[in-house]
Design a protein around this ligand. Structure first.
Ligand SMILES: Nc1ncnc2c1ncn2[C@@H]1O[C@H](COP(=O)(O)OP(=O)(O)O)[C@@H](O)[C@H]1O
Ligand SMILES: [Mg+2]
Length: 268
């Protein structure tokens, strides 16, 4: 464990599967009195892509937003159970959410570039964490390469990020998240606003990021996308995690009628 993560995690260690970097244990989420996510236990490993699938409104984003405590920003939202990151419960009150989010990055459905240059977008987080100016160019290049955007923007680093196409903006947001060297990357329907070619580029990028050892969790309602990018899937319906497992197993031999119906397009 490095110094920054031990600073994040003041709570005592609790049991978790040795191989899991991140895990939920009977995690629940309510908005006001309504429980939107029923008790959910899932484990996430380094180097793997997990997809959350299921029809709109089933709780995918709600769960994803727990994993870096983004739900703390939602008025009336409460979480129960445990979320173990490196074996420690991040729902403990002494966890510093800002530090946590440097280790667990997030990319949203709509690209959210800052009104800054391409380079300044990527360097934004590291600058706030005291990155030396002399190291900035290297870091920007590395993050843009990992997000498969470098070749397209290397001559325009000072150009406004808002001048990029939607697909490029989304890869820039991925680069911005990667610049913090997160261990976990959360992506909430990152391709839903994009054309097929940009979507394919981002899917390739997601596989490469996982191959570099990052734990990737993606929300998608696109089954083909889940099939292409994910190692494991969790299927949700009306706030319940119905089944989870290796993607090929789930797709080829669903254990529940509900998933079987979803896969054959009977609802969704
Ligand atoms: N900020 C919020 N306030 C109140 N209810 C919400 C909020 N966000 C989501 N919900 C409700 O929680 C349920 C799950 O939503 P969500 O997690 O967005 O589903 P999904 O991402 O699978 O489409 C839905 O019933 C939705 O209306
Ligand atoms: Mg959603």
């Amino acid at each position: 464990m490095n110094a920054s993560s031990s600073a994040v995690l003041g709570a005592p260690a609790t049991s978790a599967p040795a191989s899991a970097l991140l895990a939920t244990r009977d995690l629940t989420v309510s908005y006001g009195a309504k429980e939107a996510l029923h008790p959910t236990s899932l484990s996430f490993r380094k180097g793997e892509v997990t997809a959350f699938i299921g029809p709109s409104g089933c709780g995918k984003s709600t769960l994803l937003r727990c994993l870096n405590l983004m739900n703390r920003e939602v008025v009336g939202c409460t979480m129960g159970g445990r979320i173990l990151y490196r074996g420690r419960d991040i729902l403990a009150p002494d966890v510093n959410v800002y530090e946590l989010r440097t280790s667990i990055g997030m990319v949203f459905q709509q690209p959210t570039p800052f009104r800054l240059s391409i380079a300044a977008n990527v360097a934004f987080g590291p600058r706030h964490h005291g990155l030396a100016a002399s190291r900035e160019a290297d870091l920007v290049e590395r993050a843009l390469r990992r997000a498969a955007l470098w070749d397209e923007v290397k001559d325009d680093l000072k150009k406004s990020a808002l001048a990029l196409s939607g697909g490029q903006q989304q890869r820039l947001c991925i680069a911005r998240a990667l610049a913090m060297e997160p261990e976990v990357l959360l992506l909430d329907e990152p391709c839903s606003a994009l054309d097929p070619i940009s979507t394919f580029a981002i899917e390739e990028t997601i596989r490469d990021i996982a191959a570099s050892g990052v734990c990737v969790i993606i929300v998608t309602h696109n089954m083909e996308q889940a099939g292409r990018v994910s190692d494991r899937c969790a299927f949700f319906y009306l706030g319940t995690m119905v089944e989870s497992g290796p993607t090929l197993e789930l797709f080829n031999a669903p254990r529940t009628q509900r998933l079987s119906d979803y896969l054959t397009g009977r609802f969704g």
